[in-house]
Design a binder for this molecule. Sequence first.
Ligand code: ZN
Length: 348
Amino acid sequence: MTLILALDFGGTKLAAGIAHLGSREWLRYERRLSPANVDAKTDLEIMRSLIYSLLQGITPSVIGVSFGGPVDATTGTVRLSHHVAGWENIPLKELLEAEFGIPASVDNDANVAALGEYRFGAGQGCHSLFYITVSTGVGGGWILNGKPWRGTSGMAGEIGHMVVDPNGPVCLCGKRGCVERLASGPYMAQNVREILENVDVQAASRRVPQRHRQASVLRGFPPLKQLARHRGGEVLRGLVGDNLQLLTGQLVSQAAADGDDLAKEVLYQAAWALGVGIGNVANLMNPQRFILGGGVTKAGEIFWQGLRKVARETALPEVTFEIVPAALGDEAPLWGAVALAESLLTMK
Ligand SMILES: [Zn+2]
C-alpha cells in the first residue's frame, strides 16, 4: 500500500500526518504548537521529531508540504515566513528529500489548501475555484482547469493585498485599504480598539467628540456615518474589561453576534472589503466557485450576508459564481499536502 506523508508548517502550529493513498483518514497524526519566538531551525527540529515519531515501522512513498509563507514551488524553496524568523531561502524540498530519500513537493498554504478543498472538500467536481483564507492574514489560491495556478513568481492569488479603498488605513505591505487591512482578524481587532480608545480619550477630556478623529481610523465607508455616532462597544468592553489589548477578531465576531453595533460595523466593513475583492476577481477570472476558510469566516450571518451581497453587487450581472464555506477547516493545508504528494505519484 502506498503511504503519503503530509506536513503543515503553520505560523503557530506544526502538524504531520500519514495516510494511505486514496484514504480520507489519518493512519497516524500528530500536531504541536510552535513555541513563542521560535526560529526556522527549531521549527524544523520539532517537525523532524514529529515525523520520526510517526514513521516507526512504516515507509511513505512521497511527502507533501504546506508552508505558511511564500514558496518557490518549482524548486520547493521557502522564500520567507512572516511569522517565524530564519526561513529565508531554506531549500525545504531538498532538505526533506535528502533526509528521507523520497520525493517531496512544497507549496504555500493557500495554494495547498485550495488543492485540498478541490480534491477532498468544498471544491470537489468544480474545475475552477478560488480559495481564500481569512484569519491572521488574507491569502488565496487558484485551481484553474483542475490544476493549481501559481503565477510566474508563485505569487498568484494575493487577494489580501488587493486595494479596495485607496484612502483607507495603511496595511503592513505599505499600501492603503488592502483587503487584509480591513478583513483580517488582528486588523479588525485593531480597528475596534482604535475607535474605543478614541472614545476614551474624548470622554476623559470631556471634549465634544471630534468626528473626524474617529473617521480617520476607518474612512471612506458608508458604515462610518454610524461609527461617527460611536454607538456600540458595550458588549466588546464587557468581554475584555478595560484591557482593550485583549480584543481579537474572534471577540469582535462574538460581540457582533451579540448585537454590539460597533462590532457589527467593523465586521460588516471586513465583509465589504472581501466582497469587493471577490466581485473584482469574479469579473476578471470568472471562476465557478469561491471557497472561504479561516477563523474570520466563522463570524456568522452578518459576515456572510454582507460578503455575498457586496460581491454580487461588485460583479457584473452576467458573471455567475458561488461563495461557499471551506469544508476541511483547519486541516485543509494538511489534506492539501496529501493531494500535492499524490500529484507527485501520478507524475512518476
Ligand atoms: Zn496590504
